[in-house]
Ligand binder design. Structure first.
Ligand code: PA5
Length: 430
């Protein structure tokens, strides 16, 4: 069972917090939003119970893993990259690629257009043992297709056309788009991004499942946790904590002018989960002059960077702490310098204890300073808990879309810059 909980006490009890009256006034709208979501469930809610994609990914991952691969290059951007990166960073060893006993090939994310990064990947990947997964739902994102052409060139020149085709997976729309046409023409392996699942909601589709399976993560447990969240949302509707959270954050923004939502993860492993969430919230809700600005932070690091601003800066933020009860590893702090009171007290404690005490201390300090904060608690960082968390935050974002009155599933604001790029780069028709 997933162990993930949401605590909004300090959004209500803190001075200037959300009142019972506001909550009861918004309840009918929240119920309507939840009803609408459940009546016509968006594609992302169906993914956890769809075996078909997980099975296809496990089969493909099995083929890759049994070929003695050295490297796996995942090319994609935005929703086609952030989920898989979040999973990898959360669940694999922080130095996975350097570990001699890792569970799969080295993994590289060619996410940005920066040639320095892609060139660096090509410096270390061994062409003879490299697989490439090109991930784009539209099949024509310039950044992704350019990266693909570069890596394809490297593979084809080393392995020949047949070798390149054998080692390439196209994860894309099952029916249309230029990547699908290339895959058909060159007989590439394909994995589908379901038509009714948008990029930033696709982490539990083959977009996230294949790289997770290639690196040996437990995709069944990931989907189990996600399915548990879907079931709970169906059962509890507007009373599910993730749904309630949509109302809390919406009210904090629209009724309190707190239009910055900081997700502060007290675990390095979850830093990219916050980055995934930042995209989800920003691209889904930032429309028609509405939406709050999401921001990622890491505890304890950012206590020494941003906490001053959170404590005494403008009253425009909600801090959402993500706390992990049991960390995957711990280290005892050996007793030493017991005669020096500023150091000696640390001996006999553990690093995880210090991290969690600092997390509690930050929450308390924020609360006492009248700074609204919420907490998401995970008993540990596991596939099951992450599956649950991804769906909970996706549901929350979709519901927030209804409250704001915007379509959470489109992104018209990014089209203009794409058109200028196409025109400058000479794409016909632009
Ligand atoms: O969430 C989204 O829809 C976007 O962030 C897309 O994922 C991103 O623009 C990449 O699109 P595509 O997968 O079509 O290459």
């Amino acid at each position: 069972m997933a162990e993930v909980s949401f605590d909004y006490t300090n959004l209500i009890e803190v001075e200037g917090g959300i009142t019972e009256k506001e909550l009861s006034e918004i309840t009918p709208r929240l119920q309507a939003a939840a009803g609408k979501l459940l009546e016509d469930e968006p594609g992302f809610m169906k993914l956890p119970e769809t075996r078909e994609y997980a099975d296809a990914c496990l089969r493909t991952a099995g083929e890759i893993r049994s070929s003695s691969p050295t490297d796996f290059i995942h090319i994609g951007i935005g929703g086609s990259a952030l989920g898989p990166i979040a999973l990898h960073r959360a669940l694999n060893h922080p130095y996975y690629n350097q570990m001699p006993e890792r569970r799969g090939p080295r993994i590289h994310f060619a996410e940005n257009t920066d040639p320095a990064t892609l060139a660096a990947i090509l410096d270390v990947a061994e062409p003879e043992g490299t697989w490439v997964n090109v991930v784009t739902k539209s099949g024509s994102t310039a950044e992704t297709m350019a990266g693909f052409l570069v890596v394809r060139g490297m593979l084809a020149s080393t392995l020949g056309d047949f070798g390149y085709q054998h080692r390439t997976i196209a994860t894309t729309d099952p029916e249309e788009g230029f990547l699908k046409r290339i895959a058909d023409r060159e007989d590439l392996r394909t994995l589908p991004i379901p038509k009714d699942v948008g990029g930033r909601f696709s982490v539990l589709s083959p977009v996230g499942l294949l790289p997770a399976a290639v690196t040996g993560l437990d995709t069944d447990a990931l989907l189990r946790g996600a399915a548990e969240c879907v079931r709970e949302v169906r059962e509890r509707g507007a009373e599910h904590p993730a749904v309630v959270g949509a109302a809390m954050h919406y009210l904090m923004d629209t009724a309190r002018g707190r239009n910055i939502r900081v997700m502060m993860t007290y675990a390095d492993a979850l830093e990219r989960v916050a980055a995934w969430f930042v995209q989800l919230w920003a691209e889904s809700l930032g429309k028609d002059g509405k939406g709050s600005t999401p921001h990622g932070a890491v505890g304890t690091t950012d206590q020494h960077s941003q906490l001053q601003l959170y404590m005494q800066g403008p009253q425009d933020k909600v801090i959402e702490i993500v706390q992990v009860e049991e960390h995957p590893r711990d280290l005892e702090i050996p007793p030493a310098y017991e005669d020096l009171e500023g150091v000696g007290y640390l001996g006999g404690h553990t690093m995880a204890e210090l991290l969690n005490v600092e997390c509690d201390a930050t929450r308390r300090a924020l609360t006492e300073a009248g700074r609204p904060n919420a907490t998401i608690r995970l008993d540990r960082i596991s596939e099951e808990n992450l599956g649950y968390l991804f769906v909970a935050l996706e549901v929350q974002t979709a519901i927030a879309g209804s409250l704001y009155g915007v379509n959470a599933f489109d992104q018209p604001g990014v089209e203009a810059s794409k058109r200028f790029t196409y025109s400058r780069m000479g794409r016909p028709g632009y």
